[in-house]
Design a protein around this ligand. Structure first.
Ligand code: EPZ
Length: 494
């Protein structure tokens, strides 16, 4: 946090007490932000920015949570009425990125079908992989991508590439397993909090890797003769650590057992792709995964699992706007923790072969409570969308976030649009209001951005969303998909 920026705001306001009055805080709170390690909370940052007429910006006050805005594109969303029609769900971003990293494990091509080729994250990771020597071919027309790591020409994933996308840390395990060494920049904190990678590092160390942290880099070397199988118990469930170690273990000597492993469908998908490449893995989808190392993996063709978070996002959109959508090429079985409260709130969700029908006719949704948890619990990646849906509910709902420490960044923005949300610690009470009002809003991460889009669809008037590059990281063709079902949404330039 920048004390200088806060001092400037105090000076403009005419002193600590004056600023306190403007943002509805007592002077002691402001004193603490200046003199202790306490940081200005996100919602107060926005109030200060408004109180001093943007002479001090949110970016200057808390660059850690409000990074500098990329200029260029914004999104305009207008109140749209009910959603009706068909949306084709893309392949899962959070599976696709891991498959891409797994391509480093073999010198033969890995061909991925149902690939969300249009996503910015896929392009960014492709750049990082190209830097390591992988030949990348992205066929957007057919949603097919090929990754061919015939030779690894560099084992270094530099800061500039990792900082754009944390998932690039997933090259660590595969590089170490195949190439014997890897240097990967530490991703650092992000909008969701500190997000350490200690479990990835401890897991690889348990397999014999020598790991040093130097100059912001994780420098890892495999022992003579390669990584060794090990029994690894994760102290907490981590999607990324499970994936990184599972990939590394496919080429290790002997058996690796992962206990308290993550069970996400994307991990099962990754395991299946690795099996198609010749890996020996059992226990996928349970908390105990066993990997028997093999000497070499070969190429394979794999179809990426449907994106359950994109599916769930459009389900919440129907919950909020009403209407009926046919979501093609997706499933309900991997979204039980979302579908149960949606049904309880008053929606109908039916699987019809490879499509899912989502419906809310008439009555306003009832308020319901959820708590985010590791799979099969409620996905943290759907929390912001679900909360947005509850803003117009009948009654109230409570949401507890247990996975990430800083995942209520959408709340101040929703409140500026008229939502009634009170946060206490890691929980929020959402009291339903009659209507939201359009505003100029900003979001700090992918799922918070899409929450703004959903809010814009029901808000009176017009909502302008800044920093939409977040959306393009993870929602393929979102404007086209929503427009086709009746949404009034467009990209605009500054
Ligand atoms: C994956 O992140 C997803 N990202 C996230 O989706 C998702 O929110 C998250 O899993 C949880 O489901 C990708 O798949 C690319 P974790 P990941 O390791 O792997 C702590 C989105 O919007 N932890 O399961 O980084 C960590 O801080 C993104 O698509 C450690 O303490 O998540 C967090 O509190 C955002 N040490 C918890 O574990 C570690 O070494 C779960 O994180 C690793 C994690």
């Amino acid at each position: 946090m920048s004390i200088t920026a806060l001092e400037k705001a105090i000076e403009i306001a005419g002193g600590q007490s004056a600023l306190g009055r403007l943002i509805d805080r007592d002077q002691k709170a402001i004193w603490a932000w200046i003199n202790t390690t306490q940081k200005v909370p996100a919602e107060d940052v926005l109030k200060i920015e408004e109180a001093v007429d943007k002479q001090v910006t949110r970016h200057e006050l808390r660059p850690d949570i409000y990074p500098k805005i990329a200029p260029l594109e914004k999104m305009r969303v207008r109140k749209s009425g009910e959603l009706k029609g068909t949306i084709k769900i893309s392949g899962a971003k959070n599976a696709a990125l891991k498959h891409m990293c797994a391509s480093l494990l073999t010198d033969a091509p890995l061909i991925l079908k149902n690939m969300p080729v249009g996503l910015q994250d896929v392009k960014t990771l492709s750049q990082a992989l190209t830097h390591l020597g992988v030949k990348v071919d992205l066929d957007k027309d057919n949603n097919v991508a090929t990754f061919h790591a015939a030779e690894i020409t560099s084992h270094i994933a530099p800061y500039d590439l990792v900082r754009k996308m944390r998932a690039s840390v997933l090259v660590l395990g595969p590089l170490l397993a195949r190439h014997g060494k890897a240097e990967v920049s530490l991703p650092g904190g992000c909008a969701l909090g500190a997000r350490p990678i200690d479990l990835h590092i401890k897991g690889l160390e348990a397999m014999g890797a020598i790991i040093e942290l130097e100059g912001g880099y994780v420098k890892a070397t495999a022992p003579e003769g390669g990584l060794q199988g090990a029994e690894i118990t994760f102290p907490l469930v981590s999607v990324g650590a499970t994936e990184n170690i599972m990939m590394a273990a496919t080429l290790a000597n002997g058996v690796t057992t992962l206990l308290n492993a993550a069970q996400e469908p994307e991990i099962v998908d990754q395991g299946n792709a690795l099996i198609a490449m010749g890996a020996k893995i059992s226990g996928l989808g349970t908390s105990q995964i066993k990997i028997e190392g093999v000497k070499k993996l070969h190429g394979a063709t794999h179809s990426v699992i449907a994106d359950r978070i994109e599916t769930g996002t459009y389900m919440c959109a129907v919950g909020l706007c009403g209407g009926e959508l046919r979501l093609q090429n997706t499933r309900t079985d991997f979204l039980k923790a979302l579908i149960t409260p949606l049904t309880e709130a008053g929606m109908d969700i039916i699987q019809e072969e490879d499509d899912v029908i989502v419906r809310r006719n008439g009555a306003t949704l009832k308020g319901v409570d959820i708590m985010t948890e590791a799979y099969p619990g409620f996905a943290t990646d759907l929390q912001a969308q679900f909360m947005t849906m509850l803003t117009l509910c009948d009654g109230a709902g409570m949401i507890s976030e247990t996975i990430f420490e800083n995942r209520f960044m959408h709340v101040p923005e929703l409140c500026r649009m008229g939502a009634d949300i009170t946060i206490r610690g890691n929980s929020g009470i959402i009291r339903g209001v009659k209507t939201l009002k359009g505003a100029e809003v900003m979001a700090t991460d992918l799922r918070a951005s899409v929450a703004m889009v959903l809010a814009g669809l029901v808000a009176e008037g017009e909502t302008i969303i800044n920093r939409i590059y977040h959306l393009d990281r993870g929602y393929e063709n979102i404007v086209e998909k929503l427009t086709a079902v009746g949404a009034d949404i467009e990209r605009i330039r500054d």
